[in-house]
Design a protein around this ligand. Sequence first.
Ligand SMILES: Cc1cc2nc3c(=O)[nH]c(=O)nc-3n(C[C@H](O)[C@H](O)[C@H](O)COP(=O)(O)OP(=O)(O)OC[C@H]3O[C@@H](n4cnc5c(N)ncnc54)[C@H](O)[C@@H]3O)c2cc1C
Length: 329
Amino acid sequence: MRAKSSTLVSVIPVAEKTGRCEIRPNSYVRKIESDAQGRTTGAVYFDANHREIFQRAKAVVLCANGAETARLLLLSKSKRFPDGLANSSGLVGKYLMWDNGGFASGSFEHPLNEYKSVQVTRVIHDYYRADPKRGFYGGGGIDARFDYYPASFALHGMPPDAPKWGAEYKKMLGTYFTHTMGLLAHTSSLAQMRNSISLDPDVKDSWGLPAIRVTFDYHPDDVATMQWMLTKQVEILEAAGAKKTWTTGISLPEMMPSRHLMGTCRMGDDPKQSVVDRHNRAHDVANLWIVDGSSFVTSARQQPTATIQALAYRAADFAGRNVRDAVKR
Ligand SMILES: Cc1cc2nc3c(=O)[nH]c(=O)nc-3n(C[C@H](O)[C@H](O)[C@H](O)COP(=O)(O)OP(=O)(O)OC[C@H]3O[C@@H](n4cnc5c(N)ncnc54)[C@H](O)[C@@H]3O)c2cc1C
């Protein structure tokens, strides 16, 4: 049970043991407050009983992931930060990137029973680097997996030419469910300023706060990368002996990229071109750290969490050594 690399079983118990860490579950932060000098002073949140509470803080570390982090900064406007906290560059929420990639399936002569047990797969990186000879910029990894349950496979996993209902459909569903494996690509998502998280002017969440608005379109090279990668995914399945292969479409919204949220508070040395510095500290706010996938400047072309964790350890190390200065500044 404790083998999972969740923070709930890895670092949080260690932090709690110090006696200097208190978890307040089911709390919802609506604003990070700042003073006239441009420092954060704490966070306003709704607790589990829907009471609004201001928690004073000497420093704030924001880790709400690539969508909610940007939203919270945009919600945290003040006189000093009229466009949102830490947003003098205007780049909070901009350059949203995902993990792109299509899915290829192959059915085999003998049962594979891929649905059984836990997923233990790893990503091959043979095509990770961009190669000018391909005629577009992009690359990525390929991950062998079978993410389907019977119902989701029935709806989305069957080959496109399978019947959609009736006795033949039922028979084929039984066979394909046990004989199919899939290859998922994780491909480049180019950093484009127009792709963004912003505050929706009309839609509100259940607290009456502006909901997230996502604006996204692929770069043509992202599409070319996914298409090229799908040919490789099919080649691998065929080389492994698949009797039949098929692929998902990759156009929006049929294949909405998802899961890995990156880029919305990009890292850099120039405060005009980025939101956080190389230690994940906000350029504009000396006692605010933003530590999640939002600081990425290029998409990971694979699962990003190990890199997020590495950056978090690095940022924590720096913050630990500099927090006293940051609080005074
Ligand atoms: C379906 C799925 C599959 C994935 N598979 C993989 C994988 O195989 N490998 C991999 O590396 N990564 C995977 N990821 C990505 C991985 O989950 C994230 O990269 C990782 O969780 C990021 O960690 P984080 O702490 O930055 O953000 P999160 O884990 O998202 O944590 C952010 C936290 O902030 C909280 N929060 C947000 N807004 C507020 C607010 N206003 N007030 C209070 N709390 C708030 C959220 O509730 C959440 O608990 C997957 C993600 C999904 C959704």
